[in-house]
Design a protein around this ligand. Sequence first.
Ligand code: COD
Length: 300
Amino acid sequence: MVLKKLSEIKKLLDNKPVKRLVLGAAHDLQSLGAVIKASNDNIISPVLIGDEKEIRKIASEKNYNLENVQIIHEPVIEKTSEMAVKMVSNNEADVLMKGNVGTSVLLIVVLNKEWGLRTGNLLSHIAVFEVETYHKLIAVTDVAMNISPNLKDKISIVNNSVSCLNMLGVDVPKIAVLGAVEMVNESMQATLDAALLSKMNQRDQIKNCIIDGPLAFDNAISLESAVHKGIRSEVAGDTDLLLMPDIEVGNVLYKSLVFFARAKVASVILGAAAPIVLTSRSDSEQARYDSILLAAATAK
Ligand code: COD
């Protein structure tokens, strides 16, 4: 199955149980809007943790109905992340969502050794884009969690992403490992990692996907561009997942797609005990709603 639009993820949730989502630091206009919409659409049943007065103020300004929404009053923002994470580790929630709190603040709480959401896997971020000029959804990783992944980390990031894409109906994802060039250059670590990942995939050390790299961005997404450069590749022009060299490149691509290309995006942290919706401050309410869809589709 090939999905072209993020809204199609909703179909994957038909006949599946409604997921319990906990939103920490819930006094956040856009997150609250997305959560209420997803609740009204029967995708999630939400629990909001935060300053109840603030939450109700936003809701009344926006005319949100909080009648069927559980609110846990906690005015100290720092405590809300801990409470939300503990709800997930106690199996009282299926999805964690970041509200009005910094990304690294929440991630540090998630990684707490005693009661955090570690599973022994590397946690990684995936962003799934709907770009008008591309023929299917395309995912990008890691643009928000792992700062400078090494080869071992990249293998884990690939495995996390493959499981996520499988749940979106992509059985054998095509993965382009990006570099600045498509030739191996011993001075560019990204090209060395890409070549190793491709060979490991050929030898079945990394399974259930087709990996090619190094590929430059243009050959990864355009067959014409690959042919023009004489590159023979099963992945070129039909990529499902772009594996980024590091967080800087990934984050710039993410923002370029959203702001220049007006792409829609859904994103989630994978590899933890439950999916984590971790949108950034500049993400729209729609992006937050689509991220909830993605998290619900990938939750156990
Ligand atoms: N998966 C599993 N465990 C991890 C991961 C991971 N991805 N990252 C760190 N850990 C574990 C380590 O094994 C260690 O036990 C502990 O957590 C601390 O590790 P450090 O010291 O390397 O990590 P921290 O605490 O300094 O930072 C972890 C963050 C995730 C907070 C850090 O990597 C970070 O700030 N990432 C970028 C977040 C960000 O600013 N994104 C914004 C983009 S919008």
